[in-house]
Design a protein around this ligand. Structure first.
Ligand SMILES: Nc1ncnc2c1ncn2[C@@H]1O[C@H](COP(=O)(O)OP(=O)(O)O)[C@@H](O)[C@H]1O
Ligand SMILES: O=P(O)(O)OC[C@H]1O[C@](O)(COP(=O)(O)O)[C@@H](O)[C@@H]1O
Ligand SMILES: [Mg+2]
Length: 328
C-alpha cells in the first residue's frame, strides 16, 4: 500500500515561463484543499540543496496569477547534476518532512527529478513549464501560448517599419531545439519564411524563395528564424548572406530575446497552469510518481516522465505546408 503523502514541496526550475506563478498558486491551494502542508523551494534545485525552503499557505500566493516570472525564482544548478548535490537535496527534503515533490520546469528539470526518484525512491511529479513547448506527451507547456502572443505582437510592430522602408527583416525567436514558437508565431504574424531546428531548408532554397516573392510583387519581407535553426550561420551572418545574394532589399536583423520569457501570462496559460497544478497534487495523493501532468486534446493527462523526455513524435510537415501556402 502506498503511504499517503502529507507534505508537498514545489519548485520552479530551468528557464522561467509566464504562468509558472499560476501553477505554484494552484499547487499551494490544492494542498490547502486536500489538507496537505505545502513548502515552497526557492531557486529550483539550487534552493533545495541550500535548504532555502519556506512553508506556503493559500494566502502566500495571492495576487500572483497575473504575474510573469516565478516568485519562487528559478535557477540552473550544476551541483544538482552530481550525486553529492542530489544527496544534499534529499537530506533537506527529509529534514522538512517533505514526502512528495512537484517540479515545474522543462526537460532538464524532469531529468533531475527522475534521478532523485531513482536514487532515493522519492515521489516526484512534473508540470511542463517552458516557453519552448518541447516536451513530449503534452499539447502545450505553460508559457508557450503567452510567448507566441508576445512574438506575434513584436513581429506586427516590426512589419509596420519593414513595409514603410521596403526592408527585409530577419527576426530571431527562442527555441534552442524546437521550432514550435517560430512556426506558429511565424504563421500568425504572416512571415514569408520560417527557419526551424527540425528542418534544414538550406540557404540557397531560402534565397530562391525570397527572389520569387520579390518577383511576385512583395516589397518587404519577414523571415522568422528559430534560435536553433540549421542554416549553419548565426542570424547576423545569415542577414549578411541574404543581403549579398538578394539584390534590392535592405536587410535588418532583430533578436527578440528574453522579452519572450516575460510578461503577464495569457488566459490560456493561467487556466492550463491551474489545471496542471491540481492534477499534480492529486497524482501525488494517489501515490503516483515519475509522471508528468499534461494536456492532450483539452484533457488533463498523466504520462511517465521518461515518455515526456522522449523526442516529440509530432511532425511539423502540415504546418510548414500551411506556412508555404499562406505566404505565397
Ligand atoms: N542530467 C541531469 N541530471 C541531474 N540534474 C539535471 C540534469 N539535467 C538538468 N538537470 C537539472 O535541471 C536544471 C534545469 O535544467 P535546464 O535544462 O536548464 O532547464 P529546463 O528544465 O527548462 O529544460 C539544471 O540546472 C539541473 O540542475
Ligand atoms: O538565456 P537563458 O536563460 O540561459 O536561456 C535561453 C533558453 O531558454 C529558453 O527560452 C527555454 O529553455 P528551457 O525551458 O529549456 O530552459 C530557450 O528557448 C532558450 O534557448
Ligand atoms: Mg530545456
Amino acid at each position: 500500500m502506498t503511504r499517503k503523502v502529507k507534505n508537498i514541496g514545489v519548485l520552479t526550475s530551468g528557464g522561467d515561463a509566464p504562468g509558472m506563478n499560476a501553477a505554484i498558486r494552484s499547487v499551494v491551494r490544492s494542498c490547502t484543499y486536500y489538507n496537505l502542508q505545502c513548502f515552497g523551494i526557492h531557486k529550483g534545485y539550487e534552493g533545495l540543496i541550500e535548504g532555502d525552503i519556506r512553508e506556503l499557505n493559500a494566502r502566500s500566493v495571492r495576487n500572483i496569477i497575473n504575474k510573469g516570472g516565478t516568485f519562487l525564482k528559478s535557477a540552473r544548478s550544476q551541483e544538482f547534476r552530481t550525486p553529492e548535490g542530489r544527496k544534499k537535496a534529499y537530506d533537506n527534503l527529509v529534514k522538512y518532512g517533505i514526502d512528495g515533490l512537484v517540479v515545474i520546469g522543462g526537460d532538464g528539470s524532469f531529468t533531475g527529478a527522475l534521478k532523485l526518484s531513482e536514487e532515493y525512491g522519492f515521489p516526484v511529479v512534473g508540470i511542463p513549464g517552458t516557453i519552448d513547448n518541447d516536451i513530449n506527451g503534452t499539447d502545450y507547456t505553460i508559457g508557450y501560448d503567452t510567448a507566441l502572443n508576445t512574438v506575434v505582437d513584436a513581429i506586427d510592430k516590426i512589419r509596420d517599419t519593414a513595409s514603410s522602408h521596403n526592408r527585409l527583416f530577419l527576426i530571431e525567436v527562442m527555441g534552442r531545439d524546437a521550432g514550435d514558437i517560430a512556426l506558429n508565431a511565424g504563421i500568425g504574424a504572416g512571415a514569408e519564411e520560417i527557419l526551424i531546428p527540425e528542418e534544414d531548408m538550406g540557404v540557397d532554397r531560402l534565397i530562391e524563395s525570397l527572389k520569387r516573392s520579390k518577383k511576385s510583387g512583395k516589397t518587404s519581407s519577414i523571415i522568422v528564424v528559430a534560435e536553433g535553426d540549421k542554416s549553419g550561420k548565426n542570424i547576423f551572418e545569415l542577414g549578411e548572406y541574404v543581403e549579398e545574394h538578394l539584390k534590392g532589399y535592405e536587410v535588418r536583423v532583430s533578436v527578440l530575446g528574453h522579452i519572450q520569457r516575460g510578461g503577464a501570462p495569457s488566459c490560456y496559460d493561467r487556466v492550463l497552469a491551474s489545471k496542471l497544478g491540481v492534477g499534480a497534487v492529486e497524482a501525488l495523493l494517489a501515490g503516483k510518481t515519475e509522471v508528468m501532468i499534461g494536456v492532450v486534446h483539452k484533457n488533463i493527462t498523466e504520462v511517465p516522465l521518461r515518455t515526456a523526455l522522449e523526442k516529440k513524435k509530432y511532425k511539423h510537415d502540415k504546418l510548414i505546408k500551411v506556412a508555404d501556402i499562406t505566404s505565397i
